[in-house]
Design a protein around this ligand. Structure first.
Ligand code: UDX
Length: 445
């Protein structure tokens, strides 16, 4: 299948590379020439495990090409995935300017049947709007549906991949959701995904769009729920790790996304929850549950900061070591990372912050001015008055706690992800605080 993917961000690039890997011929398109030049040399502009190797291999086999032009890049394509950004407007609503631009440009250059597919998370009805935009912008000779009109389809095929395991998620999907308006479009999707033998959910456009919103919002709700439980655990002296374990074995609940911590971040959950609240409001429904999910998530960072303030006593002039900056492990992505709010709050109170992250330091540099980024864990903790664990990178599990204890000025550890819960840090002489472990009762409200 000849496929074009417009937008070479996380979703677009991983989709393009994986589709090429499945045997299709793919052109990845992006307006950013610098990005395209890097990609042509086989260098991914993002860190995603396994992506660089696959990319180089596919370039060598000539199964993937890159372009900055929608006109040339979509010429041969039968299927065009739209995976451009949908940033938030100040009111939380998704800004669909880029999606509209792509639809228009594709239409202007269309001379044969094409299937346009929304990959980005977009509000319900976007598919219908794309169809209208395409119809109105086709070359004039193709516009009359009854006389020489050009056939095309619009579909929704939401992406559920997670950063850090994006390729694995794409290749082993729990389900593939497609929202289509014709049998022809459905058949094309069956052909595209055939090698994966997935469970296909075929539905209408609007339902497919809502499946994506509902799934992300539900996962965010699970996280805020367990974070609320953690708050109660701290106050009553219970252990949230045991509570989530006990809940998770109930098949109706499931253990996934019940890890309490400093809240969710990233490019999806915060933006999508916001957009869904807005979308519901616009449709006339006040989604109070999601509003609470958002509020709980924000309060979780403040809770962690207050715990630090309480135990450190005086924050001013203290040296704080931070391990982990990215919004989650195995990614260099700093978008809406809890680390940014937490570090900035402590800097504001006069603390000196030193931080180490295995991948995100380049992206963190401009977001966290005044933070000293160190070459390893030990340079970060040397002389520090406390240590904050903000991202649960697997390599932090193996650190030499004895050496860390010797290097630090004060043996205080705040674990925002409960990563060291089983390490018994007290045995090395540390005073250890996790989230929701029933040991901190200082916070009210
Ligand atoms: C998410 C969805 O999982 C994915 O399906 C969608 O396509 C895009 O958004 P992603 O943002 O890559 O993926 O990361 P995810 O692994 O879902 O984690 C999101 C945030 O939630 C992270 O900050 C993570 O630390 C946090 N989280 C996750 C928790 O705090 N607790 C949990 O139990 C799980």
């Amino acid at each position: 299948m000849e496929i074009a993917v417009v937008g070479s961000g996380y979703v677009g690039l991983v989709t393009g590379v994986c589709l090429a890997h499945l045997g299709h011929r793919v052109t990845c398109i992006d307006i950013n020439l610098e990005k395209i030049n890097k990609l042509r040399k086989g260098v991914p502009p993002i860190y995603e495990p396994g992506l660089d190797v696959m990319l180089k291999d596919l370039i060598r086999k000539k199964r993937i090409t890159f372009s900055t032009s929608i006109k040339t890049g979509t010429k041969k394509a039968v299927v065009i995935f739209i995976a451009v950004g949908t940033p938030s407007k100040p009111n939380g609503e998704a800004d669909l300017t880029y999606v509209e631009n792509v639809a228009r440009e594709v239409a202007e250059n269309m001379h044969s049947y094409k299937l346009l597919v929304e990959k980005s998370t977009v509000p319900a009805e976007t598919g219908l709007r794309i169809r209208r935009t395409v119809q109105m912008n086709l070359p004039k000779k193709y516009r009359n549906k009854n006389n020489g009109g050009l056939e095309f389809d619009v579909a929704s095929n939401p992406e559920f991949l997670r950063e850090g395991s994006a390729i694995e998620d794409f290749m082993n999907p729990d389900r593939v959701v497609v929202g289509v308006e014709s049998k022809r479009a459905e058949e094309i999707f069956r052909e595209i995904y055939k090698p994966l033998k997935p469970r296909m959910i075929v539905t209408d456009l609007k339902s497919a769009e809502l499946i994506k919103h509902a799934s992300n919002s539900f996962l965010a709700t699970k996280i805020s729920f367990i974070n609320s439980i953690a708050q109660v655990c701290d106050r009553v002296g219970a252990d949230v790790l045991k509570v989530s374990e006990g809940m998770g074995f109930d098949k109706r609940i499931g253990r996934h996304f019940l890890d309490a911590g400093i809240g969710y971040g990233g490019s999806c959950f915060p933006k999508d929850v916001e957009a869904f609240i807005h979308l519901s409001e616009k449709s006339g429904y006040n989604f109070i549950l999601l509003d609470a999910v958002r509020k709980v998530n924000e309060s979780q960072r403040r809770y962690f900061i207050r715990l630090i303030e309480d135990k450190l006593w005086i924050v001013k002039n203290k040296v704080i070591a931070v391990l982990g900056l990215s919004f989650k492990p195995n990614t260099d992505d700093m978008r809406s990372a809890p680390s940014v709010d937490i570090i900035q709050a402590l800097q504001k109170e006069g603390a000196t912050v030193r931080a180490y992250d295995p991948q995100a330091m380049e992206n963190a540099q401009s977001l966290l001015p005044g933070v000293t980024l160190t070459k390893d864990v030990f340079s970060a903790v040397k002389g520090a008055h406390c240590l904050l664990l903000l991202t649960e990178w697997p390599e932090f599990k193996k650190i030499d706690f004895k050496r860390i204890h010797n290097l630090m000025q004060q043996p205080l550890v705040f674990d925002g992800r409960n990563m060291f819960a089983d390490e018994n840090l007290e045995q090395y002489g540390f005073e250890y605080y996790g989230i929701g472990r029933g040991i901190y009762k200082g916070e009210r409200g």
